[in-house]
Design a protein around this ligand. Structure first.
Ligand code: ADP
Length: 488
């Protein structure tokens, strides 16, 4: 059907990819384009001349209000738009109604998918906000300037705000004015190193840390296991940062009690054990002068077990010192190369593992010689413990511009990827090695000693092929003093 006699006009209407109809003021079809036939599945000839209600008897539209909208558009000579759900087709449409003469042309676009997506988004947003509201973890979202744009009740409560509203409206500086932050060893952490700040500054996409927030006024401690990550938000152009705080204060208090207990027991055991050791040494000396059979063996056993006990107590005392932030270093300038040789010499007589050294160039460092020796002994005895007796152990040191990298390589059991993430934590032992003697403290103590020197420690390993432990130490006096605590 030709609608207007303008050349090409009907062709244009037919080529429109949206439905297009012309109706009179009673909503009677006067013109229906091809796309409409396609959408409704009824040929134009069966629609034309019929009112909407006749063409679609099961329609769900409120015709009176629809006619009113159409009439209003006509009176005001304005375009009207509306969204309708059209039940006969089970679809949503966006209608644009143009009044002209005493007719209306209507363009309608299928928006069912858009509607469904919007609805899904709204539902998931609602669900998310219900979850956020009810979880016991604190959740905070900051915009790219650091301003808090969302906080849940748990976050407001943990941070000492009367309500979420107070927290969101407070200036950014309120938190840093209210709390000091410390790491697990109670070393101060500047606010610009807090996980959220690091992500905001674009240093990393996500940061995890266990931190202690101490209220400057009340001195109350709140421990939080935190994770900050970059997220994009529909509301904000720039990416935002979400921070989740898991309150672990109770857990930390229990841990503290356990640490106090260990510290107390170790201190109490230290004195009697030291005298026991001295008495055993006296006994050993006296035995050498006498010739009583079998006693020598027994004394040797007592002596070695006492030695093990002393080592154990020392490890426990070291852990207590680290926890209390009291691991004091006695630094001096010394030859690292001599120390490496000395430690290797001391260990060689008690093992069948061939121990070799590479890079014998003399390197001087400013560090705590006894503590570095302790780290080396620990790494080498682990290399011995976790590899067969014929396997080589290679110690190496390489000087770089500002530091030296020391490594201890073995060709033993190796460490799984999963365990590599955990072995530097205290009391961690891999499941395969629980039958080996040890408490899982050596690597923890070693890593704390290295960190306290301003160095880093890490491992590279392949299961079945062996492991190499590396650590760095700053060179010279100046470098070793510059210890800065970063979160890792
Ligand atoms: P311990 O040796 O007393 O268990 P450590 O802290 O020294 O404690 O080591 C922690 C864990 O790391 C060990 O239980 C072991 O599973 C693993 N490990 C350490 N060094 C090595 C190594 N050289 N080869 C294989 N596994 C190792």
């Amino acid at each position: 059907m030709k609608l207007f006699d303008l050349p090409g006009y009907t062709e244009i209407l037919e080529s429109i990819q949206d439905g297009f109809v012309v109706v009179d003021k009673d909503l009677r079809y006067l013109y229906v384009n091809k796309k409409t036939e396609e959408i409704v599945g009824i040929p134009a000839k069966d629609l034309i001349g019929k009112k909407l209600a006749e063409a679609f008897p099961d329609h769900n539209l409120n015709l009176i209000s629809l006619i009113n909208i159409v009439k209003k558009a006509w009176f005001e000579k304005k375009v009207a738009t509306l969204e309708i759900y059209f039940k006969p087709l089970h679809r949503w449409y966006f209608l644009t109604i143009y009044p002209f003469d005493d007719k209306y042309s209507v363009i309608f676009r299928d928006i069912t998918e858009e509607k469904q997506t919007k609805e899904m988004l709204q539902n998931s947003q609602e669900q998310l906000s219900i979850i956020f509201k009810n979880v016991s973890d604190g959740i905070v979202i900051q915009d790219h300037t650091g301003k808090i744009i969302y906080a849940n009740e748990a976050a407001a409560y943990m941070s000492g705000f009367a309500s979420v509203k107070h927290m969101v409206e407070a200036p950014i500086s309120t938190l840093s004015e209210r709390f000091d932050i410390f790491d697990q060893q109670k070393r101060p952490v500047p606010w610009q190193n807090a996980p959220g700040r690091q992500v905001l500054d674009g240093k990393r996409d996500s940061v995890e840390a266990v931190l202690c927030f101490i209220n400057k006024k009340t001195k109350e401690e709140i421990w939080a296991d935190m994770k900050s990550a970059k997220i994009s938000s529909v509301m904000e152009k720039e990416p935002c940062v979400i921070t989740i705080f898991h309150n672990i204060t109770v857990l930390k208090r229990l841990e503290q009690q356990k640490d106090n207990f260990i510290s107390l027991v170790s201190h109490e055991l230290k004195t009697p054990l030291t005298s026991l050791k001295a008495y055993v040494q006296i006994l050993e000396k006296q035995y050498k002068k006498s010739h009583v059979t079998n006693t020598g063996n027994i004394i040797a056993k007592v002596s070695s077990n006492t030695e093990k006990l002393v080592e154990l107590i020392h490890s426990l005392l070291d852990v207590s010192r680290i926890q209390e932030g009291k691991l004091k270093l006695k630094k001096r300038l010394f030859s690292l190369t001599s120390l490496l040789q000395e430690v290797a010499e001391d260990i060689r007589p008690i093992t069948d593992h061939p121990i070799s050294m590479v890079n014998k160039k003399n390197i001087f460092i400013y560090a705590d010689r006894e503590r570095i020796a302790q780290v080396l002994v620990n790494l080498i005895t682990n290399a011995i413990k976790y590899s067969e007796s014929t396997k080589r152990i290679v110690i190496s040191s390489v000087q770089r511009k500002n530091d030296v990298v020391i490594s201890v390589k073995d060709f033993g059991s190796g460490i799984s990827q999963k365990d590599q993430q955990e072995i530097f934590k205290r009391f961690y032992q891999s499941a395969e090695h629980t039958t080996f003697p040890g408490l899982g403290l050596g690597l923890y103590i070693s890593s704390e000693i290295i960190k306290e020197h301003g160095g880093t420690i890490w491992v590279k390993s392949k299961e079945g092929k062996g492991s190499t432990f590396f650590f760095t130490l700053p060179l010279g006096k100046k470098g070793s003093k510059e210890v800065s605590h970063t979160l890792d």
